[in-house]
Design a protein around this ligand. Structure first.
Ligand SMILES: [Zn+2]
Ligand SMILES: [Zn+2]
Length: 672
């Protein structure tokens, strides 16, 4: 195809091709790319990412797909390049949220996707179309896509030639140039060169190893190294790798056969992927090579090889559980040889080295790390990337699939090959690449971000939940039980529980502070939180009472102890007329600063729900509104005086511990 200019015969300028990555940039993971021309939207891949530290209880990270939900009427179909989780892991989830009429992809990837879709119950939401090398599919009015066989750590992987009215885009997908692929399926470089000759408008290329000089070694190169370790092992061999590294797993099975070892498989994804790959003929191994894990213990150690998940130190994966002595079937033996045939994804390094330490401490020989030759990357190095640029000869270039420094390094490589810096765009998720036959530019970005899913993959962990979990993990939790009668009297001393809070204050001190907060709220807020005060059954906003106490105590802890634990206040209402708990005060003066309302319980206000330091904290805003009218009548300027918070302050000594237990029993009884 040639590109003369952007005008059609009638002289009207054609619209630009818009390419919008929603994930996969400035990160490794959740690759999701939108191609848009006129009224057509075509998706390329939809992956997931794994949570980083601090995302407690988050199982997977998805891109924000608001843009696709809003434009779902225009989605004509999806293209899948290969079956890695960072390319297909999001699809089943997205099918619950927006419509994708058809998905074209390689046989192995779609087989793996089928499993995920069945699990999610979305099999009827789309049509899956399997493609073979050099197949061309049409998507919508404007796109046609040729699948070009490439080589990668996953079998059945493709690069794409995407032809649109403004020109052809080569989208490499994940690749390296492996001239001796394990499955014999070589990179179809002739096809890349064909497009290069015809004229490629823009290349979108995998940047994962853009910082690494040289050529990526072929996958086959790990074979002799693995062979040496396996043949020399005196006892059991335990190997961990990515289940989806089909070629690696194939070689390990081949080596087990060669060395006379039976194979036991551990980990759900390992079992699933091997079953699928064998069923479809991507992996050849005799049935009797495999022995169920319960029976493999009856074989001599020298005749067994255990292949399992856990190469990334994932806490729930088989090898991690074994390292902690928590696996029901497998315990570490000092004669074991344990091989990590994978390198940690950035971010997983600490969990991986911790797992290695635990295994070594139990006496096992652990083989890991770069120098051993037991792992090679599935992504090309600088020379592979140069070869891609040389074959496709693109006019414009966009480095993708990588963190920022990788994108920058890849851009430098492209410049060294003669692509002008002006013809290269480094973009972020949500950026819009606008391509015309003679220009590349950034349009207004679309909404992009992340969506966090819990283990059920249905529950969305929103920012508030995540913040609470971080607070729990970092600062612990304080629970507080208050017994308050419906006529606004503290009927029992508050019961305080502290979990995971690093503090010099003990429960007694916290209990005293809590007492003051409750007293303060009863004194200064009760009328705002209590409607129908004249009636027999006053309508108390108990949630509001709880909030007020929580916010007050939170502020005090921040000020006095510089800690911010999560505070949970529960109020147990007691009937009207319950005698007031006499309160406990000690010599220590209340250091809480003004402003503060003054006067009787039904008297002064401090200005209607305003916080103690004058600000209106978010959870209190509603209360502030509710209280505003009542406050207007009686508002006083910020009072200078500081009222002691306890409603019925009485000088008393700090109770000794046994009395504390009595108190707890009493308040527990109030709950029951
Ligand atoms: Zn991949
Ligand atoms: Zn990838």
């Amino acid at each position: 195809m040639t590109h003369s200019n952007g005008a059609n015969p009638s002289g009207i300028k054609k619209p630009a091709l818009r390419v919008i990555p929603l994930g996969g940039l400035h990160e490794i993971g959740k690759n999701t790319c939108v191609f848009e021309y006129g009224d057509d939207i075509m998706l390329v891949d939809a992956g997931l990412a794994f949570p980083s530290d601090g995302m407690h209880g988050v199982n997977v990270v998805m891109p924000d797909t608001s843009y696709l939900k809003e434009n779902q009427k225009r989605i004509r179909g999806m293209i899948v390049t290969h079956g890695h989780e960072d390319h297909i892991g999001g699809i089943a989830h997205h099918l619950k949220n927006f419509n994708i009429p058809v998905i074209h992809g390689p046989r192995l990837a779609l087989a793996m996707l089928t499993g995920k879709m069945e699990e999610a119950g979305v099999m009827d939401r789309t049509i899956l179309q399997t493609v073979a090398p050099r197949d061309v599919v049409k998507v919508g009015q404007h796109f046609s896509v040729e699948f070009i066989r490439n080589t990668h750590s996953m079998a059945d992987s493709f690069s794409l030639a995407i032809t649109s009215p403004v020109g052809t885009v080569i989208f490499t997908g994940d690749f390296k140039f492996d001239h001796t692929p394990v499955d014999g399926e070589t990179f179809d470089m002739a096809r890349l060169a064909h497009y290069g000759d015809q004229g490629v408008l823009c290349l979108f290329s995998d940047s994962t190893n853009a910082e690494v000089p040289g050529f990526c070694p072929p996958e086959r190169s790990v074979f002799p190294c693995l062979d040496r370790h396996i043949s020399q092992a005196e006892g059991r061999v335990i190997i961990t790798t990515f289940a989806s590294s089909i070629h690696r797993v194939s070689m390990i099975l081949e080596l087990a056969l060669k060395n006379g070892r039976k194979v036991g498989l551990l980990g759900r994804s390992m079992l699933n992927v091997i079953a699928k790959a064998r069923e479809l003929g991507y992996m050849r191994a005799p049935d009797d090579l495999f022995v169920p894990i319960k029976q493999i213990r009856d074989l001599p150690d020298r005749e067994t090889l255990l292949l399992m998940t856990g190469s990334q130190g994932e806490p729930l994966a088989a090898l991690s559980r074994i390292s902690r002595g928590e696996h029901p079937q497998v315990q570490v033996k000092s004669t074991d040889t344990i091989i990590f045939s994978a390198s940690p994804i950035p971010g997983n390094t600490i969990s991986v080295v911790n797992t290695i330490d635990r295994l070594m401490m139990q006496g096992a020989k652990v083989v890991y790390g770069k120098g051993e030759g037991i792992h090679v990357s599935g992504h090309g190095f600088q020379e592979d990337q140069k070869l891609m640029l040389a074959l496709t000869k693109p006019k414009y270039f966009v480095p993708v699939h990588g963190e920022h420094r990788m994108l920058v390094a890849h851009s430098k490589t492209a410049q060294s090959m003669g692509i002008p810096a002006d013809n290269i765009l480094i973009i972020d998720n949500g950026d819009v690449v606008q391509l015309s036959p003679d220009s590349i530019s950034k349009g207004d970005p679309v909404k992009a971000g992340i969506e966090l899913l819990d283990a059920s993959r249905n529950g969305i962990v929103d920012a508030r939940v995540l913040k609470e979990r971080q607070q729990l993990a970092e600062d612990g939790v304080i629970t507080l039980l208050a017994v308050i009668s419906t006529d606004g009297v503290m009927a029992a001393p508050p019961r305080v529980n502290i979990r995971g809070v690093v503090t010099t204050a003990d429960a007694r001190k916290l209990s005293m502070w809590a007492e003051r907060e409750i007293g303060w709220v009863l004194e200064n807020r009760w009328n705002q939180l209590c409607r129908n005060t004249g009636g027999k059954a006053p309508d108390v906003d108990w949630v509001g009472v709880q909030r007020e106490v929580e916010v007050g105590l939170q502020r005090r802890l921040r000020r006095e102890l510089q800690v911010e634990p999560l505070i949970i206040c529960l109020v147990q209402p007691a009937p009207a007329g319950t005698p007031a708990y006499k309160g406990r005060a000690d010599a220590e003066p209340d250091s809480r600063p003004a402003p503060r309302g003054r006067g009787g319980r039904d008297g002064g206000r401090d200005g209607g729900g305003r916080g103690r330091d004058g600000s209106v904290p978010a959870p209190q805003r509603q209360l502030a509104t509710v209280g505003a009218a009542a406050a207007a009548a009686t508002a006083t300027p910020a009072a200078a005086a500081t009222t002691v918070a306890v409603k019925t302050p009485a000088p008393a000594e700090l109770e000794p511990e046994p009395a504390g237990r009595t108190r707890r029993r009493r308040s527990a009884a109030a709950v029951g």
